[in-house]
Write a protein that binds this ligand. Structure first.
Ligand code: ADP
Ligand code: MG
Length: 401
């Protein structure tokens, strides 16, 4: 789960992390009120969307010369004008995809005189199984280019979970950022604050870009992106309240209600599979046969009939879906339960696209009988390869390439 920049900053501030003052605003009036509460003489009006690259982003409704999603303002009136121009518009950045994201919230914050911009991130490094600290002197809006062209300018260190964060990590980060004296001391203080925030909230990433050195010699977090481990969400009801559903895919929200692992993809073959590994293999074999999956969907090990029905409806609510492949290995999950769910859902939604089902495992014969006797035009498959070939052939027939 992700949150907005202003929420991330409020959260980090609770752990002592230095951030500029600021207020969120949902309307132009709120933006003006927020600006009045700040001292000036420089304000920043920042679009709040769950995507980075806002500074260099473009608003679809405004001309190519219009400013991006992070704007400096020198008066309250300028804050108002920018808020009027930005709210409700669609911001397209390198991270939003071409469709962009509608700006429904702004963050009005103190403008800072920046001497230098660094990059600093904490994330879960799956390769080492540790929290990694990533630091670069080349922070700011071109970090992707730095990672691509000059990766040696990005330093990574990891934290041994047995010891946790140690003072030497702070010194190493200060050295990596070329800091000495008081700034090195500030870095040594900042790192444990970020680490405590990471552990304390079960974060999966905390990305600070830029971490600024101000003209008056302070380290200050000017942009923060924080994501959380969904598996730990039950431990943090307060963080759950920060969820902004308008930023999430409606089908993924629906899926999360039923505890289904669903991710929307670009293809046209809907997949319903049990087990993440089998779901990946199913997507691979669809691709091997020259087509593309419309989604990843893992119904889990012990799904109920209701869950299968919900999964089926979610797949079908995607207009891109031109055929469905159900691939179930019944272990804990029994094939007859799956079959009942499929039949019920297919009836309820008035299935109009071809459906190929491959069942294997516990109660497979009962499952197949239920499907065969349903009177529905379900195409049975013997194994995974057979299933993929059949659904790709059906979809190609329906939508010639
Ligand atoms: P994004 O990464 O989505 O483009 P940022 O919050 O990093 O958005 O803002 C982009 C740039 O705007 C920063 O790299 C920084 O140069 C400038 N900026 C952001 N916040 C402030 C601020 N409070 N004061 C001055 N400049 C800022
Ligand atoms: Mg940034």
């Amino acid at each position: 789960m992700n949150i907005h920049e202003y929420q991330a900053k409020e959260l980090l501030a609770k752990f002592g992390v230095p951030v500029p003052a600021g207020y969120a605003a949902m309307s132009v009036d709120e933006a003006v009120d927020a600006a009045k509460k700040l001292p000036g003489p420089l304000w920043v009006v920042k679009a709040q969307i769950h995507a980075g690259g806002r500074g260099k982003g473009k608003f679809s409704e405004l001309g190519p010369d219009a400013k991006g999603g992070v704007r400096l303002a020198k008066s309250v009136e300028e804050v108002r004008a920018n808020a009027e121009e930005m709210l409700g518009k669609t911001l397209v950045t390198i991270q939003t995809g071409a469709q962009g994201k509608q700006v429904q919230r702004l963050y009005i914050t103190d403008g800072v005189d920046i001497a230098k911009e660094f990059y600093l991130a904490l994330l879960v490094d799956r390769e080492t199984g540790r929290i990694a600290i990533v630091a670069s002197t080349e922070g700011g809006m071109d970090i992707e280019k730095v990672a691509h062209d000059t990766p040696e300018k990005i330093e990574t260190l990891t934290v041994d979970p047995a010891t946790g964060l140690m003072p030497h990590h702070g010194r190493a980060v200060a050295a990596a950022l070329g800091l000495s004296g008081d700034l090195a001391k500030q870095a040594g203080k900042l790192l444990p604050q970020l680490y405590n925030a990471f552990i304390g909230t079960d974060a999966s990433q905390i990305e600070i870009n830029p971490l600024a050195v101000t003209e008056d010699g302070k380290l200050l977090v000017l942009d923060a992106k924080v994501g959380f481990d969904n598996n730990a969400e039950f431990r943090h009801p307060d963080i759950q309240e920060l969820r902004d559903l308008t930023e999430e895919d409606p089908m993924e929200i629906e899926a999360s209600k039923y505890d289904l692992a669903y991710i929307k993809l670009d293809g046209n073959i809907g997949c319903m599979v049990n087990g993440a590994g089998l779901a990946m293999a199913t997507m691979d074999i669809i691709k091997l046969n020259g087509a593309f999956p419309a989604n990843f969907l893992d119904v889990g090990g012990g799904a109920s009939k209701e869950k299968v029905t919900a999964a089926f409806k979610i797949i079908l609510s995607d207009p891109a879906v031109k055929g469905i492949l159900v691939n179930i290995f019944g272990g804990i999950m029994r094939c007859d339960i799956i079959a009942e769910g499929i039949v019920e859902a297919a009836r309820e939604v008035d299935l109009k696209v071809p459906l190929v089902v491959r069942l294997e495992g516990t109660n497979v014969q009962q499952g197949k009988d239920i499907l065969a006797m349903s009177g529905l035009p379900i195409i049975a498959a013997n194994d995974l390869g057979d299933a993929a070939r059949k659904i790709v052939a059906e979809v190609n027939q329906a939508v010639p390439a």
